[in-house]
Design a protein around this ligand. Sequence first.
Ligand code: FES
Length: 371
Amino acid sequence: MALIPFAWMRGCLRLLGPLRLLVADGWLRESDVDAGLKLLHPALRLNRVFARVTQRQWVADDMLELTLQANGNWRGAQPGQHLQLYLERDGVRLSRSYSLTAVQPNGCVQIAIKHQAGGRVSPYLLEQLALGDVLELGPAYGELSWPEAQQGVLLLAAGSGITPLLGLLRVVLAQGFSAPITLLHYVRGQGQRAFASELQALQAQYGNLQVHWSLTAAKAEPGQLAGRFTVEHLHSVTALQQRRVLACGPAGFVEQVQHWWQHAQLPGALQVEAFTPPAFNAVEGLRAVRLGFARSHQQMQADNLRSLLELAEAQGLQPAHGCRQGICASCTCTLLSGTVRDLRSGALFSEPGQPIRLCVNAAHSDVDIDL
Ligand code: FES
């Protein structure tokens, strides 16, 4: 229940400078200030970003696009990035990462959410989250960007990998990008062709855009492709040798694209983003190690194969985290002693005071971290 309208709340944020100074100088605690502010409006906070849901739109049988209007603490984002969304369910704080499909200058953003069967967050967002509800947002992150390519771009998406690519596509087409763009979207069936109507409309409006779908688990209609990514699907892409390539989807899909690209010898750099955790290099046998969490005053018997994030959660701790893939940096923590191993590259790190990402590092020896 809000005592003041949302627009007033955004105005109020500009008046909170003195409170911020008192918090910065240690006279007040931010959590106490926030507890008072949220009585005025559930999205009002001193520094944290909260946003209200202003629109819900189904863009596929299993995908919903949400429009969120952030409070005045929002620091902006770029199309192609992701943001962290936080909510509390049954007393547990949960967080998930979603791609931005649009970023507007007035503090509104759009994200697309795919239904994950058995998930704790997406069924709630899709089925219960209502207009006017308030969610907390984390900072935007991600490096995917539109290439400087006058010769053309090839976009390869699988499943919800379409979402960051669509965010980029909407912007560059509106800005007049005129080189050829081909988008191949791999989906299970017709009903999963997210944003299909919009993409078809864009294709009709912009002569340089070609959109194709490939159905991986249903019969394709005439003109559609069939099956998973294969080089045969690229035969109709004109001037392929000059195209810059962006790919987004599950790790297996991204690996296939990377494999093809390495042999195709295309110009520039391949930009990829995988939605599922990268395959970890299991180069070591299982060993028992001691893991200490200094700030929580806890220790556990751990192993050298699971990530420090998994181990901390197994111990009942709730470290901040987002992507669980080593990208967003929200799980970064300080190594106090011992050696950790980067699960992706196998590199070892043992310098005390070094920041490490819990989700992609495992203990190589007995380890203490500042958690
Ligand atoms: S959770 Fe994103 S880097 Fe670890």
